[in-house]
Design a protein. Structure first.
Length: 477
């Protein structure tokens, strides 16, 4: 099952579009690949639209999160206007214009979380045992389906994009005099408040429902519902480590990736050869930290010639085939009941190969996607999914639980027997998405109401959602 899986900080800018900061939108000097990738966004009209909508959009999948909020953009815009006015009064010199968002970065982050949500709704199979429900997936019953996880296990990609946005927003925040401690705390707070609310509510609600209906195993139910929060726990850890990772990036550059990859491989050797099983949890920092640290080099990858993207794709693909074909690692990039171990819980070295493969894929898709994301409908869709992706991720299992509970009350749904994964089961997958979606909508509405008017918004702070901007809990950076 894919990992049952981030907010921006007020006063921080949105991620810039791919390409050097001094180059016009749609151009990258000396790079044929980047130039073709941004050809669709070079017009003055498109640049104007992007500047007018800067800050509207905020990047995983079960599998895995995780951009700047409108409140951040609003503060940045206000600061920029103040600086401009002051400089004009001083001698007519204007401040440097605010950077525009990269819609493809926003798309990748939001799309990653949506993949996880749809996977959970469509492919989660619950089996009720004496201690409560246990989740599995058709990966254990469908031959060859594990190959799809090489694309659908998107958590490495989410951490990678998050690393890029963290670097960009910290650079801008530092220029405004923000200290690293403030920067880290703001980002942590914007994750802790909504995630903590979901956790506390379900602990209380699960106990109440379990007692009233005299249900056995309700603790396991709550565990499954809040299990996506593991991803946020990892992301919070990476945010806490930002002072160290940024310092290492300045001092050692790409060597940090070599050290993290080598450390992850050494952990696997000690785990599988010497039986030091508990040491495997160190890879939660080494492997996911490598994915995040690699994001610091995102701009260089974008600016590099197109054949570099093919090099990433083929290197990652050959690595996956070799490590899986050798029998050292399972083929699935998500946990499958009955396998020797999971490649992601805790992660193994093969995730490094998966990251390289996915970087190659998304960079090869960049030119076409950037053209599409300049179109009006695509731009609106991108704005919408970025505005709702993280809130949807946080409550999608709540909606699924409500749906199954209603089905149980209405039809007496039994889950003691294993589902028969046949052609009929596959044909009902659209219904398996629609039901939880309908039940998630009111929960999502309540979540958004709390963002606009509830205790999550600090006193005196205008509601970003109300003004059509991205909320504080929109996808993280």
């Amino acid at each position: 099952m894919l990992p049952l899986m981030t907010p921006a900080t007020p006063g921080e800018p949105a991620p810039p579009p791919a390409g050097p900061a001094t180059a016009p939108a749609g151009e990258t000097a000396g790079s044929a690949k980047a130039g073709s990738a941004k050809a669709g966004s070079a017009s003055g009209t498109a640049a104007g639209e992007k500047a007018a909508t800067a800050g509207e959009t905020a990047g995983s999948a079960t599998a895995g999160s995780a951009a700047a909020a409108a409140a951040a953009t609003a503060v940045e815009t206000a600061d920029s206007a103040s600086e401009k006015a002051a400089s004009e009064r001083a001698g007519g010199e204007t401040a440097e214009p605010a950077r525009q968002r990269d819609p493809y970065v926003d798309f990748l982050r939001a799309f990653s979380l949506l993949i996880v949500v749809l996977w959970h709704w469509a492919f989660t199979i619950l089996e009720w045992g004496p201690d409560g429900p246990h989740a599995t997936s058709p990966l254990g019953f469908t031959r060859g389906l594990w190959l799809a996880t090489w694309l659908l296990q998107v958590m490495p990609l989410f951490f990678f994009v998050g690393g890029f946005v963290h670097l960009i927003t910290w650079d801008a925040a530092q220029k405004r005099g923000v200290r690293i401690g403030q920067f880290v705390w703001r980002r942590m707070r914007q994750l802790l408040v909504p995630a903590g609310t979901v956790l506390i509510v379900w602990i209380a609600l699960g106990s109440l429902i379990g007692t009233y209906f005299n249900l056995q195993g309700y603790g396991q139910v709550v565990k499954l519902i809040v299990s996506p929060l593991w991803f946020l726990g990892v992301y919070l850890g990476l945010i806490m480590l930002l002072p160290i990772s940024l310092w290492l990036h300045r001092k050692a550059g790409v060597l940090v990736l070599v050290w993290l990859g080598g450390g992850a491989m050494l952990v696997d050797v000690l785990r599988f050869h010497d039986g030091l099983v508990d040491l495997a949890w160190l890879n939660m920092v080494l492997v996911w930290g490598l994915c995040h640290q690699a994001g610091f080099f995102y701009q260089r990858m974008v600016d590099a010639p197109r054949h570099n993207d093919w090099a990433f794709l083929w290197t990652g693909l050959f690595g996956l085939v070799g490590l899986v074909g050798s029998g050292l690692y399972p083929g699935s990039m998500v946990g499958v009941p009955g396998e020797r171990f999971s490649n992601v819980g805790p992660p193994t070295f093969i995730v490094v190969a998966l990251l390289l493969f996915q970087i190659g894929v998304v960079e090869l898709l960049r030119p076409r996607m950037q053209v599409l994301l300049e179109r009006r409908r695509w731009k609106r869709a991108n704005t919408l999914i970025n505005d709702f992706a993280l809130p949807l991720y946080l409550v999608h299992t709540t909606g699924m639980a409500l749906f199954l509970f209603l089905v149980w009350l209405t039809f007496g749904l039994e889950m003691q027997e294993r589902a028969n994964v046949d052609a009929g089961w596959w044909l009902t997958r659209p219904l398996a998405i629609i039901g939880p979606l309908v039940c998630t909508i009111p929960v999502l509405w309540l979540f958004r109401w709390l963002q606009r008017r509830g205790p999550w918004r600090r006193r005196g702070q205008p509601s970003a959602v109300k003004h059509g901007k991205e909320s504080e809990t929109a996808i993280a950076s």
